[in-house]
Design a protein around this ligand. Structure first.
Ligand SMILES: Nc1ncnc2c1ncn2[C@@H]1O[C@H](COP(=O)(O)OP(=O)(O)OP(=O)(O)O)[C@@H](O)[C@H]1O
Ligand SMILES: [Mg+2]
Length: 298
């Protein structure tokens, strides 16, 4: 079997050994949905030097739902996710071409305030990364930085102390991240003393504290045990009532359990198929997607 496939332009692309030859059809990625579009990505290309990591990816992401991104290692899932809040801008080697809109507004244009963008489109990483500070300070750090609450010595001297607002915010964020009951009696303790699963929920709470609209998660449960993973999965599903969640996962059962729609990226940085999650897992159009989800490669 050859390991050559054709992309949308009919060009040959090398694929992982074991993948079948196949031309990707545009209709496979044209997922239609009834809800409002939160993020619209069109013709997105990302290069790291000569490495063409994402090739002409277009997909619209509906608001208040869970979108899963799956695919074999190196296919560009994290790269794609980082494009959604311009985190790739921080990588010197990365060159990005194409368009991403948030509520219809282009995020790749001059004058976009990146701090504000990343407040609206927050991110949770694979390994929990709490600050070496108290649980309370981990949550209130962002809102303080953005000027949403004022606490501390200066605020007290200026008689501008929002201690009560801070407590409310800390409690609400921890409740929304399903962590409050486990930590309410030790908010002053160092966050690094929490378990891995608790630390990850704390990072989600920290993200929620600045009132995001979109939450990007890159394999948020891959470093966790099954019980902690189940809690994160349950949390992700509940967050979709209020937020637009985009989650990268290596775990296909997890994608099937928690997401409303699934995008499958395959070798070479192509988006091959994007549809309702049941459709992707039960009856995909692409033979390569079928082979990937049934474990034939990847
Ligand atoms: N900072 C970087 N500098 C150079 N190349 C990079 C960088 N980040 C990613 N790449 C390359 O871009 C391609 C896609 O990588 P990416 O991390 O997006 O894949 P992924 O699908 O998230 O993989 P994994 O499942 O292993 O996390 C790979 O070929 C990778 O080597
Ligand atoms: Mg990745």
């Amino acid at each position: 079997m050859s390991n050559i496939a054709l992309n949308q332009n009919g060009e040959q692309t090398t694929t992982t050994t074991g993948e079948t030859e196949e031309r990707v059809l545009t209709e496979w990625t044209n997922y239609e949905f009834d809800d409002e579009t939160k993020l619209a990505v069109s013709d997105l290309d990302v290069y790291y030097g000569n490495d063409h990591a994402l090739k002409g990816v277009s997909m619209d992401i509906p608001e208040k739902s869970v979108t899963a991104l799956i695919g074999p290692s190196g296919c560009g899932k994290s790269t794609f996710l980082r494009c959604l809040n311009r985190m790739n801008d921080r990588i010197d080697a990365a060159a990005i071409d194409g368009s991403v809109t948030l509520d219809g507004e282009e995020i790749y244009q001059d004058g976009v305030n990146l701090v504000e963008l990343r407040k609206r489109v927050g991110m949770v990483f694979q390994s929990p990364n709490p600050f070496p500070k108290s649980i309370r300070d981990n949550i209130s750090y962002g809102p303080r930085k953005h000027g949403d609450i004022r606490t501390g010595l200066l605020a007290r001297l200026l008689d501008d102390d929002d201690r009560e607002a801070e407590s409310d915010l800390v409690e609400r964020s921890l409740r929304d991240a399903a962590l409050w009951d486990e930590v309410s009696d030790r908010l002053g303790d160092n966050a690094l003393g929490l378990s891995g699963g608790q630390q990850q929920r704390l990072c989600i709470a920290r993200c929620l504290a600045v009132n995001p609209e979109v939450i990007l998660m890159d394999e948020p449960a891959s470093a966790l045990d099954p019980i902690a993973t189940a809690k994160i999965e349950e949390l992700i599903e509940s967050l979709a009532d209020e937020y637009t969640v985009v989650v990268v996962t290596h775990n296909m059962q997890q994608a099937a359990r928690i997401s409303d729609q699934t995008a499958v990226f395959l070798t070479g940085g192509e988006l091959v198929e994007y549809d309702r999650t049941e459709k992707i897992f039960e009856d995909p159009d692409s033979q390569r997607v079928e082979e990937y989800i049934t474990g034939k490669f990847g």
